[in-house]
Design a protein around this ligand. Structure first.
Ligand code: HEM
Length: 458
């Protein structure tokens, strides 16, 4: 029997689940006894946090539901201290506790030495050779999905559907047959309700989500033995067959937990940024044309309607647009952690077991780091442009940084480029209505209603 990685206990395991509330010495706006500051924060997260930052500085408390106090930490210095976490003091496991029940001990809910050994093994499933195999698998899915983008399309609904099809085929490796429908249905149930209120009564969204999760776990578990033997180019088979330098593999339950973690981390984030890119290109025709020219030049050189792994680097302007979309609309608006020990930041003493949140949007709109931050200007990400963007790596954190930095970042760049390439070679995008875009920010940025774009064949 093959040896498997063991879970390593960490100091975060000993902390109480409820975060410390002894925070009266810290600055912050007063909150309602029941709703805290949630009514101001939820509909307007970035602007609310920036307003509070202007009054209280880079570290302040806010109240969430039942006025549970948490600490917002904003700016590149806070991002660096918490994400690099040189002293193993900021627990992601307790920050992302909400995922534990549904998705098990996936990589986001592991800390320090324990997290490191799992992450090291998982990075192999994102090596260039493996990534290029995923790209070959996703290209026809993208083509099929785009084939009926004609007339007015609700892009957010469609990008979610496309991301789901990619999850079933490229992540889980279910390529054909009646199984696809069942996977699609259950995965959709789990991913769309993962952050629903945890009310387990029969018929509630969360209880349907738990049942769908159990069915998926069973199917993954039934498949696992085959995948370990036969391997395969999909992400599940890759995860099932990885070994570290000591010949240790992931246990069955770890493979399944990590699969769920990745599906959760990949799905809504990619769908959200793709929808925002479509929206921005429809509303900034000059950039749509620039990107189309870039795609057509590449097409003229290579001749394929589908992007190849070797040509990813040739779409540099698509890259800038993706980065600018991430700056303006970071899908993940809060990055949660919990302090294991007390620490100091800018003269303030923050006790142990305090719930902390980093806010990418706060620094992404700070004029100290981005000139005209409200303006859509992808050229600020050109390598030669040092004027309207500060190069501090902790001033751009849509994928996080440090030990938990997004494992699927290159996958995401690849998927976005593959979709934009196929779309712009065949379609023109225009706004379908004069209405302004209304967004929800938590748990992931998305339109409050539909996101209508008009597509026409070129
Ligand atoms: C635009 C798309 C995406 C965005 C904006 C995004 C963003 C992020 C962020 C901010 C984190 C760090 C969370 C933290 O530090 O607490 C993260 C972690 C992670 N992401 Fe992504 N992500 C994206 C796509 C993907 C994709 C496509 C995959 C998988 C194929 C993926 C897999 C992961 C995993 C496994 C982690 C946890 C890493 C760890 O804990 O060590 N993500 N992502």
């Amino acid at each position: 029997m093959q040896a498997t990685l063991e879970t390593v206990a960490t100091m975060a395991d000993d902390l109480p689940v409820k975060p410390n509330q002894d925070l009266d010495h810290l600055p912050g706006p007063p909150g309602h006894w029941l709703t805290g500051n949630a009514r101001n924060l939820l509909p307007n997260l970035g602007p609310f946090v920036r307003e509070q930052q202007a009054v209280h500085g880079n570290c302040f408390t806010v109240g969430l539901f039942r006025n549970t106090r948490v600490v917002m930490m904003v700016g590149p210095q806070a991002n660096e201290m918490i994400l690099l976490d040189k002293d193993n003091n900021f627990s992601s496991r307790l920050g992302w506790e909400v995922l534990l029940e549904l998705f098990g001990r996936n990589v986001l809910v592991r800390d320090f030495a324990d997290h490191k050994q799992h992450r090291r093994l998982m990075t192999h499933v994102f090596k260039p050779g493996t990534l290029s195999g995923y790209l070959n698998q996703m290209n026809p899915i993208i083509a099929g999905s785009l084939s009926d983008y004609e007339g007015v399309v609700d892009v957010y609904a469609r990008t979610k559907q496309m991301a789901l099809e990619i999850a079933v085929e490229v992540f889980a490796g279910i390529q054909s047959g009646p199984e696809i429908e069942v996977w699609n249905r259950d995965l959709n149930l789990v991913l769309s309700n993962a952050m629903a209120h945890k009310i387990r009564l029969p018929g509630t969204r969360y209880s349907r989500c738990l049942r769908a999760r159990d069915r998926l776990r069973k199917r993954l578990s039934n498949e696992l033995c085959n995948r370990r033997k036969a391997g395969g180019g999909d992400l599940f088979s890759q995860l099932a067959t990885q070994q570290n330098e000591n010949g240790e593999m992931l246990s069955d339950s770890d493979v399944i937990d990590h699969m769920f973690g990745m599906l959760f981390a990949a799905h809504d984030t990619t769908a959200s940024s793709l929808a925002m890119i479509f929206w921005l290109l429809a509303h900034h025709n000059e950039w749509q044309e620039k990107l189309r020219v870039e795609c057509e030049l590449l097409h003229a050189r290579g001749g394929s309607n589908q992007l190849t792994y070797d040509s990813l680097d040739q779409l540099s302007q698509v890259d800038w647009v993706f980065k600018e979309a991430l700056r303006l609309y970071s899908p993940l608006q809060l990055i949660p952690r919990r302090s294991v020990h007390a620490f100091e930041f800018e003269g303030l003493k923050i006790p142990e077991n305090t719930a902390l949140y980093l806010v990418p949007q706060a620094v992404h709109f700070d004029p100290k780091y981005y000139s005209n931050p409200d303006q859509f200007d992808p050229s600020r990400f050109a390598a030669s442009n040092t004027e309207n963007r500060n190069n501090d790596p902790f001033a751009f954190i849509p994928f996080g940084r440090g030990s938990h930095m997004c494992l699927g970042m290159h996958f995401a760049y690849m998927e976005i480029k593959a979709v934009v390439y196929q779309t712009l070679l065949s379609r023109r995008l225009e706004p379908a209505s004069p209405e302004a875009l209304e967004l929800e920010y938590l748990p992931i940025v998305r339109p409050t209603t539909s996101m209508a774009i008009r597509f026409s064949t070129l």
